[in-house]
Design a protein around this ligand. Structure first.
Ligand code: SF4
Length: 314
């Protein structure tokens, strides 16, 4: 792997851009200020070079150059770990590895291999892998195997699973993502088999556009608040979101009064808005945004070095 550069801030998030076999990959390490790295550290890795799904709001889907190998994913993880913890011992109580950057993880079985190998590869008692998925129909086998892996290696709440829901209207969901996805009833049926006593609640994530159809009553008829947690996020201003004229329903101005949080809570769900950092929008580090621009030749590392806080690799 050849590191091409890094972008961002030490005390918030650093986006790394690298080349693996002539393909561009991006990965991120992030902190949640004011929590120090010694307490919580999050690595976010890609599972594909681009993505074949092509969701309406995601720049990762502008191209697809294949799945990342097991070793390719470990190269990204190793790089970030060795920089901070050269011995491979990570004494961080909350050490998350999210398979949530470029690519739909359930369409790459190498992710399952990485999940099996992680506990023996690092001395990391706080390790918690996180999978975020749109639940594509051809991810069935992956998701079945994932239950076994979670129960074997990450029981007692050491695994986080998130489904991208986005809307309670299936037609709208298919327009945003693809028509090749599970419906809400199928996700709930799977969740029943996934959830064991002591597990973390499954996250249902809604990226909220100004005209999204999100009906908390429908969610409460299908999903059990004891097993699911609701996460609402703004629609980030990616190039794809702008092209598709998707406006965020959650903004800096209405954040504190956004009504859906209360509505979900009234129905017994834990619910919150997760904004990430608004600053990310300014520096263009939303998922897939930078690698896509780089791959498409719209930006070069050196250009961005001169125009932003971009830092060349060591
Ligand atoms: S949101 Fe996920 S599944 Fe959709 S295009 Fe982006 S990476 Fe692929």
């Amino acid at each position: 792997m050849e590191l091409l550069g890094r972008f961002g801030k030490e005390d918030l998030a650093i986006l790394y851009i690298a080349k693996q076999e002539d393909k561009i990959v991006e990965f991120v390490e992030s902190l949640q200020p004011p929590i120090p790295r010694e307490e919580k550290w999050v690595l976010i890795i890609s599972t594909m070079y681009g993505c074949p799904v092509g969701c309406l709001m995601c720049d990762a889907g502008e191209y697809y150059h294949g799945k990342i190998s097991t070793e390719g994913m470990f190269e990204a993880i190793d790089y970030m770990i060795k920089k901070r913890f050269p011995e491979g011992k990570i004494p961080v109580p909350k050490f998350k590895i999210q398979f949530a950057r470029m690519g739909e993880p359930t369409l790459n079985k190498n992710v399952l291999e990485v999940l099996r190998l992680l506990p023996e590869r690092y001395d990391a008692p706080g390790l918690m892998p996180c999978i975020s998925t749109i639940a594509p129909k051809n991810g069935d086998e992956f998701l079945e195997e994932l239950i076994e892996i979670k129960d074997r290696y990450y029981s007692s709440g050491n695994f986080q699973l998130q489904f991208s829901i986005h809307s309670t209207d299936q037609t709208e969901r298919e327009k945003w993502m693809t028509n090749n996805i599970w419906d809400l009833a199928k996700i709930a049926e799977y969740g029943e088999r996934w959830y064991k006593k002591g597990d973390r609640k499954i996250t249902l994530n809604f990226a909220v556009a100004a005209d999204s159809t999100i009906n908390p009553e429908i969610v409460s008829h299908i999903f059990d608040p004891e097993k699911y947690w609701i996460k609402l996020t703004p629609v980030n201003p990616t190039n794809k979101a702008k092209d598709n004229k998707l406006q965020s329903g959650i903004t800096e101005e209405n954040l504190d009064i956004f009504p859906l949080v209360k509505e979900f809570r009234k129905l017994g769900f834990g619910a919150a808005i997760s904004i990430g950092e608004w600053e990310e929008n300014d520096i263009g580090t939303n998922c897939g945004q930078f690698a896509t621009q780089y791959t498409n030749g719209r930006v070069s590392i050196r250009e961005s070095y001169t125009t932003t806080e971009y830092t060349l690799s060591d």
